[in-house]
Design a protein around this ligand. Structure first.
Ligand code: ATP
Ligand code: MG
Length: 581
């Protein structure tokens, strides 16, 4: 009971203050970075008084931070309602039984929080519960399509919570589910979400790109992720600025030249290569190019060894290897290598290797190659793979690198770390089948409901916005997400003229509908006020100081550009309106 109550409170959208005096506000700013924070958004959110950590991966949102959350959820609600979404609020405390029917207690494993002594779990997502409500209610094709969504707290016992709210153990997700009676209907619902997501992230001022993702164990036919470039990300993607091609490096491809054929040698030959282990050492020793070498890596799959040959220093992509072999792989241990090949890593090669051999496509026509001899301190030269190792299978096994040509347009690919902000997913019938959510089609035939699911991490939107909008002094808010629009600074609040003028500006700005944070603190030095204003980072700073007031002027600073303008007192409102546009 306690848990659900708290969650309900946390999501409740209230009408909130649009104006605030700092002397009365709880905005505990910090001068120093918190010791546990590594990435800029985490440091700045703590320093600007937006969040505080309660325990690893569990954060409290303080008033300033929660204001931004409410701005994001408002945008999300507007865009979801615009595509016909209907808002739910599901319990986070779920009977375990429902999750057992879809096998997801096992699938989530340690990531799922369990309630001690009770058969309950804390929901990490809500496919099961939404399907439960659709079951027996959406009984006919006439009752579909439906789009149901909620903005609600999720619980995941993430193994390494770090990066602040980007990977929390409790986080807010907008999760939506579509219910259709045909696959064309699912396509249409998916397209609606795709558009809504673009609108949401555009309105939040986030620079994102879209990556085709593999549907993996979730089942279903198509899935795409909305990603943000960031060193704090845990995904690595290849992206083409020119045509928009983007893919997780686990599956990304590039256009790369195959290794060319050289003048034929009659047969392969052994060379003594004392203490030569790496490709670079071999090239140096023999005065040859990397492209003339084949690197050997031994993996184990289903208890069988497999030799993987790559050109030069190309990396084996283990995800691609696993999809070629159709099962999990692991690199062979040093003792295993010796037992399987007779040599240590660094001297292994295809000639005389007695088990399965697969090679990267670049090597398909290669000859005159150097590789290990399966005998320590020896290599073999003059290898023609087609002639000497006839049973090799060739596949794309490389990991794409920055600078390689895009597979679509040939321009340069960039490889970088990224954070997943949102995910849209054609689920198909996995959940409706396992939970028995059926409907009658036009011919009176019973079918499982066809579903999609669509998620956005609300705190991630906030943190990613900051990752893309900050400088050495603090956050750079824009009009849409900023907790307030204007930071009004009364510099010497002991002087009557400053008090009177800044109070008047505060009143007028708020009467005109602006959101104003007013630094009315007495006895706080101007330097501190400026530092706080830059740290909190509202779009405009309206500065009321004694000196300028003598000429009937105040100063306005645009936080993002640092541009400062002096304005006559009777022009303040016009100038604010102009600058906030
Ligand atoms: P990741 O691969 O980063 O763990 P995920 O694939 O588990 O993400 P989904 O299950 O698709 O994520 O959840 C939908 C959205 O919820 C994600 O796109 C992300 O924005 C957000 N999200 C997922 N896990 C977390 C978390 N631990 N903390 C904050 N947001 C999260
Ligand atoms: Mg995850």
């Amino acid at each position: 009971m306690v848990v659900t109550f708290l969650i309900f409170e946390a999501n409740f959208e209230t009408i909130y203050n649009t104006i605030m005096k700092i002397s009365k506000a709880f905005i505990p700013t910090l001068k120093e970075d918190p010791a546990d924070a590594v990435i800029p958004s985490h440091k700045l959110m703590v320093r600007a008084g937006m969040i505080r950590m309660l325990s690893a991966g569990i954060y409290s949102f303080l008033p300033l931070g929660y204001k931004v959350i409410k701005k994001i959820t408002k945008i999300i609600r507007e865009e979801m309602d615009a595509i016909g979404g209907q808002e739910f609020h599901l319990p986070a405390l779920n009977p375990k039984e429902i999750w057992e029917q879809t096998n997801r207690v096992e699938a989530f494993g340690d990531t799922m929080f369990h309630i001690k002594n009770r058969d309950y779990v804390l929901a990490p997502t809500h496919e099961e519960i939404m399907t439960y409500h659709a079951k027996g209610v959406l009984k006919s094709y006439k009752e579909m399509p439906q789009i149901w969504y909620q903005i609600q707290t999720k619980f995941r016992n993430e193994a390494r919570p770090r990066s602040g709210v980007i990977r929390g153990r409790q986080f807010l997700m907008k999760d939506a589910y579509s219910f259709d009676s045909s696959w064309e209907g699912l396509d249409a619902s998916y397209k609606l979400h795709d558009n809504a997501y673009r609108n949401i992230f555009d309105r939040c001022g986030i620079k994102y790109f879209i990556v085709g993702a593999s549907s993996g164990a979730m089942g279903g036919s198509k899935s795409e992720e909305f990603m943000v470039k960031s060193d704090a990300g845990e995904d690595t993607v290849a992206h083409c600025e020119s045509c928009g091609y983007a893919a997780n490096v686990e599956v990304a491809q590039s256009k790369i030249d195959p290794v060319e054929r050289h003048e034929e040698s009659k047969e392969f030959y052994e060379i003594s290569t004392p203490n030569i282990k790496s490709i670079n050492e071999l090239c140096e020793f023999l005065k040859i190019d990397e492209r003339q070498t084949a690197k050997s890596r031994v993996y184990v799959f289903n208890n069988e060894p497999v030799l993987v040959l790559m050109s030069g220093n190309d990396d084996v992509n283990e995800t691609k290897l696993e999809s070629v072999l159709g099962c999990a792989v692991r690199p062979g241990h040093p003792d295993e290598l010796k037992e399987i090949t007779g040599a240590d890593a660094g001297s292994i090669g295809p000639i005389g290797f007695k088990h399965k051999i697969i090679a990267d496509l670049r090597l398909e026509n290669a000859n005159s190659l150097y590789s290990g001899a399966n005998k320590n301190d020896f290599h073999i030269g003059g290898i023609d793979l087609k002639r000497d190792v006839p049973n090799i299978e060739y596949y794309d096994l490389r990991t794409v690198e920055s600078g390689e040509a895009c597979p679509k347009c040939g321009e340069k690919l960039e490889v970088f770390k990224a954070i997943e902000l949102g995910h849209i997913f054609k689920l198909g019938t996995k959940y409706s089948e396992s939970l028995g959510a059926m409907f009658l089609d036009e011919n009176g035939k019973e079918n499982p409901i066809i579903m999609g699911s669509y998620g956005i991490g609300v705190e991630r939107v906030l943190a990613c916005y900051i990752e893309q909008n900050y400088d050495e002094r603090g956050i750079l808010w824009d009009n849409n997400l900023g907790p307030y629009q204007i930071h009004l600074l009364g510099l010497n609040m002991k002087k009557d003229k400053v008090i009177e003028t800044s109070e008047k500006i505060y009143a007028t700005l708020s009467q005109n509908g602006y959101e104003v944070l007013f630094d009315d603190r007495k006895g706080v030095q101007a330097g501190f006020k400026f530092a706080d204003a830059d740290l909190i980072g509202l779009p405009l700073q309206v500065i009321v100081g004694e000196r300028a007031l003598k000429e009937n002027m105040i100063e306005i600073k645009v936080r993002r550009t640092g541009e400062r303008v002096k304005v006559n007192l009777d022009k303040v409102y016009d100038k604010v309106a102009e600058l906030l546009k």
